[in-house]
Design a protein around this ligand. Structure first.
Ligand code: GTP
Ligand code: MG
Length: 569
């Protein structure tokens, strides 16, 4: 719980029997975007002053805080739990003045997965010595009108005087709402919370409160009392009864917020009641007549109700009539406009091309007829139906005009789309034609090109063949020339070799001649030498002979020796 969450006075009780709604605060609370569009559940409490209304509201508060925070976890109340929020006080002086609401609207997910907004409203004590009957009646009437779950808090039991108080208001109010349609009931859930209840017969039974209330409101022999019961019994859609034991001394005579200090049986009953009334299985959505209220509607509704009560101070039920009638018409108009908008919107979801005028008029007629059937089915008062229909015609005309404009845009867009498609088609045809022409041209060019290429290829081949031939010719010629040259060279070589051989032969011959000459010379020289040698030998021999002759003559011999040396050198 945020520190800013608290009970705030939404309706101030002015001293001159008047009331003032705090519109700014109401807008802040019920117009909060977090909850504005959610279906609204409102639990209100009313009853005599100083009877523990605010005290018991804190049990509802604790439950909602818990459920909003952690929906899947079971709600536990243990000795550590502190109950706080709505101010309650011991003593005699009234604590709650005017009408107070918890300024945080709880978002609770129902078992079916849909979310609801839950508001808690506490009220000033009524039907007691502190408040005038008229103001009591007004406060009580207002809380009845605000609530979808109306808790009537009483002490010790449902005595006739308490039933009388209730019935006095209910009787008037019921006659008024009877005509408004729906179930025609004043209350949706009427809950009797009976405190300090002692009758043992019921106290020990878990269902004792329900049985007790049904018994009290059941058949009685006394005629007037039965009439009173008939009035009450025809005023609610569902009836609940819860009986509470004495909460314990500390609660009753002092003030405590500690669960540990409250009678455990009281805590047990409180838990049972809270879970039953705020069951996630079946929340009671606030309706005005047959029309369910969204959270955002509540601020206007409360303001309008307060204004009506201030304007009709003498007769509270008249205020109920006026405000309920006006507000119902307002809600019906909003609901019908929304439905019309939804139906027309739906018709436009898949419509991309717009409608013809006749089709559009038929759509409008169909939606309008459906809305009229819905209204006729819900509201039984012909006057209200007529008024809603009359006002609706203007309202729906505005919405229709919006759709008409939207349709014109769609039709125009469709026309443009078709024109653009046609233009596109023409363009595509032109392109296709150009493409075919281009392809044909390309095919011709390709064929020509291929022919040209073939021609060039053939030409090239021919040139290549010619070149090859020429080359081969040249090669052959070159080979032939080369062969000739080679042969010439060989011949030349051969001639040269022959010449060389000849020269060699000549050289050899010359050499032979020279050798022969030389041999001859050598032989000649040898012969000459031999002759010489012979001569010299002869000479030598001669000399030796002479020397021998001389040797016999010594001198002679030396002379022979010298002569011989000279000869040898
Ligand atoms: N005997 C008794 N006293 C209770 C019970 N519940 C609360 N109280 C005490 O009654 C006193 C008044 O409680 P509130 O919750 O302020 O009563 P109230 O009805 O809101 O009073 P107003 O706002 O003045 O109308 C407090 O001291 C509570 O502790 C109960 O069930 N029995
Ligand atoms: Mg109070």
């Amino acid at each position: 719980m945020s520190t800013q969450n608290r009970a705030v006075q939404i309706i101030e009780h002015l001293s001159n029997n008047g009331f003032r709604a705090n519109k700014k605060l109401l807008d802040e609370i019920y117009g909060d975007p977090r909850v504005a569009d959610l279906p609204l559940v409102v639990l209100c409490i009313a009853g005599a002053a100083r009877n523990g209304k605010s005290f018991i509201m804190n049990f509802f508060l604790d439950y909602l805080i818990h459920k909003e925070k952690d929906p899947s976890k079971a709600w536990e109340l243990n000795d550590d739990t502190r109950l706080a929020g709505f101010e309650f006080r011991d003593g005699e002086d009234p604590t709650t003045l005017g009408i107070w609401a918890w300024n945080h609207i709880f978002v609770i997910e129902q078992d079916n997965g849909k979310k609801v907004a839950v508001s808690l409203i506490d009220s000033q004590g009524t039907f007691d010595k502190y408040t005038s009957y008229q103001d009591c009646s007004t406060i009580f009437a207002m809380t009845c009108m605000f609530s979808s779950i109306m808790c009537f808090n009483v002490f010790t039991g449902l005595q006739e005087d308490k039933l009388n108080d209730l019935a006095a208001f209910v009787d008037h109010a019921k006659k008024i709402v009877d005509n408004l349609g729906g179930s025609g009931k004043l209350f949706q859930d009427l809950v009797f919370i009976i405190r300090d209840f002692h009758t043992k017969k019921y106290s020990d039974d878990d269902n004792g409160g329900q049985i007790y209330v049904e018994n009290v409101l059941g058949h009685v022999e006394v005629k007037e009392r039965q009439q009173l019961r008939d009035v009450l019994n025809s005023s609610y859609e569902r009836l609940f009864g819860f009986i509470f034991p004495y909460p314990g001394e500390i609660v009753a005579s002092e003030k405590t917020s500690k669960i540990a200090e409250i009678n455990p049986k009281f805590v047990y009953r409180a838990k049972q009641m809270v879970v039953k009334l705020l069951s996630q299985k079946e929340f009671q959505i606030k309706r005005v007549g047959p029309t369910e209220m969204s959270c955002k509607d509540m601020s206007d509704y409360i303001s309008m109700v307060v204004k009506c009560f201030n304007d009709n101070q003498e007769f509270a039920p008249k205020a109920v009539q006026t405000s309920n009638r006006d507000f119902m018409i307002k809600l019906e108009l909003e609901h019908a406009s929304q439905t019309y908008d939804d139906l027309m919107g739906k018709a436009f979801i898949d419509c991309k091309t717009g409608y013809t005028n006749d089709e559009l008029v038929a759509l409008d007629k169909k939606a309008f007829e459906k809305i009229k059937d819905d209204i006729r089915g819900r509201i039984k008062n012909d006057g209200i139906v007529a008024e809603v229909k009359e006002k609706l015609t203007d309202k729906l005309e505005n919405i229709f005009n919006n759709y008409k404009e939207k349709n014109e845009l769609l039709v125009r867009a469709e026309k443009q789309r078709i024109e653009s498609i046609e233009a596109q088609l023409r363009h595509e045809e032109e392109l296709a034609k150009q493409e075919v022409e281009a392809e044909e041209k390309l095919a011709i060019e390709k064929t020509e090109h291929e022919l040209q290429q073939e021609k060039e290829r053939q030409q090239h081949e021919k040139e290549q063949a010619d070149a090859k031939n020429e080359h081969e010719k040249i090669q052959a010629e070159m080979l032939r020339q080369h062969e000739i040259e080679r042969q010439a060279e060989i011949e030349k070589q051969r001639v040269l070799e022959a010449k060389h051989e000849k020269e060699q032969a000549e050289i050899l011959r010359q050499h032979k001649i020279e050798q022969d000459e030389s041999e001859k010379q050598r032989v000649h020289d040898a012969e000459k030498h031999e002759v010489e040698m012979q001569r010299m030998e002869n000479e030598s021999n001669l000399k030796i002979a002479e020397a021998e002759a001389q040797r016999q003559n010594m001198g002679f011999l030396e002379h022979i020796g010298a002569a011989f040396d000279t000869l040898l050198s």
